[in-house]
Design a binder for this molecule. Structure first.
Ligand SMILES: Nc1ncnc2c1ncn2[C@@H]1O[C@H](COP(=O)(O)OP(=O)(O)OP(=O)(O)O)[C@@H](O)[C@H]1O
Length: 511
């Protein structure tokens, strides 16, 4: 990310180096835009996009985004900056929607409008400390949001009276949630490597796999796993200096110490640890000063054989706007992925969590829920909460009928949205081929493979039979569909990149 946003006196000022973008204020002279106008522009742009895009695409990719900030550059053109939560979404939106968004905004604004996509670093963006104290003096007075210091897990609002372990408060000193242990983490193929490595580190910290870098999609158990290491070490050595923190908290610490000119305190706090557990390091993107301080802490900890475990939404080389000297060090120990859990693991998670809540879930109900909720474990927990709460309040036994009733909304959304045509269009967009190629007889791998992926998803996500799917793919034989389903399903188990692509496609299709 080349640009950093600074909030100065309530006015968004976009500092974009070469583009020469200037601060924008309603009271500025010609060419300036007011914050209200900018927000309306984005709102109107979204309304138009909503009429053009399929509903589930709009709901998945556009609706969750915060409003773009709009600034005028020195040539009078507009620059709309949109914050996106991770590099994958950024690339996807750039490839799929950026051109259309630019053209809609240009049309609505009545002047050329360029779209910039920036990785979000939430409201704590203000914590982006400059590379050197002299570089940006206005940073010294930036406000810091107190919430930046609150652990995310603890800050998450409970969706129902049933409180699952990750929502329990963490210990203030270590910020380790005592309930996120290896015992409460269900093992499975999806987390096998990561769990084994984490157990190893917990047993002998500072020796091998240092640093340990764990990556994977949202809600798959990365945070849980690193808390488990912290808990295990503290059990063995209660005096060990362990600290869990989200990357945003480190950013916030850097800014605070920058303001107070107390970098020695920062060093004392981090450099003396035995185990540093740091979540979501992709949030360091574009934060030069934070990266510098993290680099220092990293080197100091490794030199004294303290252990570092990091998590991220992508592997080290996939991190954007993070200095290569850091990403290459991230990769120097062991890098492991956590994958979306397969059906049996989802069932095991449901059964274990229901048991822990004192409301055992019969296996057939767990299968029913797990088959219908596949995105990630956090969503699985959400579905579980609904079913348990429904049973509790209606004083009924947990059964498939009850689960179907409790998850009515979720199931109806799925049934309504996923059709083979939808799958063909989404997959074709993703792999940049024509939808017509889904039905064509063309055989080059660049077309045949996406077609096989679409067939696989059609079998996974719809109730259609193999012959019906074959028919919808240009009258192909059911054995061709079966071959595709087996091939992609088999490869998915071994090929992390394919698995992640399928995961994203599934999430897009489910909306
Ligand atoms: N294998 C598992 N067994 C039991 N619970 C799990 C497992 N994996 C994830 N969970 C639970 O799912 C929820 C989400 O997990 P967690 O917060 O660790 O995900 P994450 O990968 O860190 O997500 P994010 O990237 O969004 O921070 C937590 O409540 C966690 O306890």
């Amino acid at each position: 990310m080349s640009e950093e946003e600074y909030r100065v006196d309530g006015v968004q000022a976009l500092n974009s180096g070469a583009a020469g973008v200037v601060a924008v204020n309603a009271a500025d002279g010609d060419g300036a835009v007011s914050a209200q106008w900018a927000s309306d522009l984005w709102q109107r742009g979204c309304e138009r996009l909503a009429t053009e895009l399929p509903e589930q695409q709009f709901n998945t990719w556009i609706r969750p985004l915060p409003a773009a900030t709009v600034a005028a550059d020195s040539a009078g053109a507009l620059v709309a900056t949109l914050k996106v939560p991770n590099h994958f979404k950024r690339d996807w939106i750039r490839r799929q929607y950026a051109a259309r968004i630019e053209s809609i905004l240009t049309d609505l604004a009545g002047r050329p409008t360029r779209l910039e996509l920036a990785l979000s670093a939430p409201a704590r963006d203000v914590a982006a400390a400059p590379a050197s104290p002299a570089a940006a003096p206005q940073q010294a007075s930036l406000p810091i949001e107190p919430s930046a210091a609150a652990p995310r897990a603890a800050a998450a609002p409970a969706a129902s009276p049933i409180v699952l372990p990750s929502q329990a408060p963490a210990s203030a000193k270590h910020r380790i949630n005592p309930q996120l242990t290896f015992d409460t983490l269900v093992p499975g193929r999806a987390n096998q490597m990561a769990r084994t490595a984490a157990l190893h580190v917990a047993g002998a910290p500072g020796i091998t796999y240092n640093p340990l870098f764990i990556y994977g999609g949202v809600g798959l158990g990365k945070t849980h796993l690193i808390h488990a290491v912290g808990n295990a070490l503290l059990k063995d050595r209660p005096d060990a200096r362990v600290l869990y923190l989200h990357a945003e908290q480190f950013i916030s610490d850097v800014v605070k110490n920058y303001q107070r000119k107390t970098f020695d305190e920062l060093k004392a706090k981090y450099h003396s640890l035995d185990l540093l557990l740091i979540d979501d390091v992709q949030f360091f993107a574009g934060k030069d000063r934070t990266q510098e301080e993290f680099f220092n802490a990293f080197e100091a900890l490794l030199a004294k054989k303290a252990h570092i475990i990091m998590t991220s939404d992508t592997y080290p080389k996939g991190l954007v706007d993070i200095d290569e000297r850091l990403t290459s060090r991230f990769d120097a120990g062991l890098t492991v992925a956590i994958e979306p859990p397969e059906l049996e693991m989802r069932v095991a998670i449901l059964i274990k969590k229901a048991e822990a809540e004192g409301q055992p879930m019969p296996e057939d109900v767990a299968f029913f829920v797990a088959k219908n909720v596949r995105a990630n474990v956090r969503e699985l927990e959400g579905a579980l909460r609904k079913v348990l709460a429904y049973a509790k309040f209606s004083h009924k036994e947990i059964s498939i009928t009850l689960a179907r009733e409790a998850l009515k909304d979720l199931l109806s959304i799925q049934n309504r949205q996923i059709g083979v045509e939808n799958i063909q269009k989404t997959v074709a967009d993703f792999y940049k081929i024509k939808v017509a190629d889904m039905y064509s007889k063309k055989r080059p791998a660049s077309i045949a493979r996406p077609r096989q992926i679409a067939m696989y998803l059609a079998k996974e996500l719809t109730q259609k039979s193999l012959p019906e799917i074959g028919e919808l793919f240009g009258g192909r034989d059911h054995t061709t569909v079966l071959h595709a389903v087996r091939k992609i399903g088999g490869e998915r188990q071994k090929n992390t990149e394919l698995n992640q692509q399928l995961h994203v496609l599934e999430q897009t299709l489910k909306g």
